[in-house]
Design a protein. Structure first.
Length: 86
């Protein structure tokens, strides 16, 4: 977890750089952070089978789901190849 000093200095920098109020920047950071966490959990749920493809498509978009499918297939192929070599 980042230190409070690190967060404070980043926040002060953003206030100076953007001229926006601190509260607006914090609100945007929370919104973006929650969105990232939400998308991550949707992707994890899709990959472990607790969220179906339709829900994943609706929440993440076709491109992201296709990337997840490609990554899963590549990992499965690597595992199969490794097991054959063992």
């Amino acid at each position: 977890m980042p230190s409070t000093k690190n967060i404070r200095s980043k926040l002060e920098f953003l206030v100076r750089a953007t001229g926006r109020p601190e509260a607006d920047i914090v609100a945007q950071a929370i919104d973006q952070g929650l969105d990232d966490l939400y998308r991550h959990e949707i992707a994890d749920g899709y990959l472990n089978g607790t969220i179906d493809r339709q829900k994943a498509l609706a929440e993440l978009g076709r491109g992201a789901v296709e990337e997840l499918d490609y990554a899963r297939q590549a990992i499965q192929q690597d595992v199969e190849w490794g097991l054959k070599s063992a």
